[in-house]
Design a protein around this ligand. Sequence first.
Ligand code: ADP
Length: 169
Amino acid sequence: MEKSAVYPGSFDPITNGHVDIINRGLGIFNKIIVLVGYNPNKLTTLFSVEERIAMIRDVIGDDSRVKVDSFSGLLVDYVGKSGTSCILRGLRAMSDFEYEFQLALINRKLRRNIETVFLMTGSKWFYCNSGVVKQAASLGGSVRGLVPNIVLKRLKEKFPDVKKNNSKK
Ligand code: ADP
């Protein structure tokens, strides 16, 4: 029986915390669709959808169990059309819990058959999120170990002057 799940997020950019959830998710599901969400009216991300997808594909490599896609509408509509009924999410702190709890309930209200499955963060990735990674990288802090190497490279390209700026002070 095929057990598949959609793993939605902004992945701006993908971190080792996300990678951990995907790898452990593959122990439960035969197929995972990593879904990059975006809002066409709010262009506040550091990386474009295409850049985020390219980084995820690079990190996943040649694994036919993982598909990468993007969406901008209602998540439950995408999940319904994708032929799965499961949403995979990761949980870090209590602050994630409240938000995720609301999201899971509203999604189930919108589509009764959809269940959200949560995996607890790996202890190494407890404090790892895309926001802190971007902030640290933009200020010249090292995020090595928190993101895959390809992301490290892309972050350096996004903030080429960061070292120069720091040394001026
Ligand atoms: P972020 O909060 O890093 O911007 P996303 O919106 O891309 O994350 O998150 C997508 C999903 O991945 C969410 O369920 C989020 O809780 C989960 N996630 C993100 N980082 C981690 C992590 N370090 N450990 C476990 N789950 C995570």
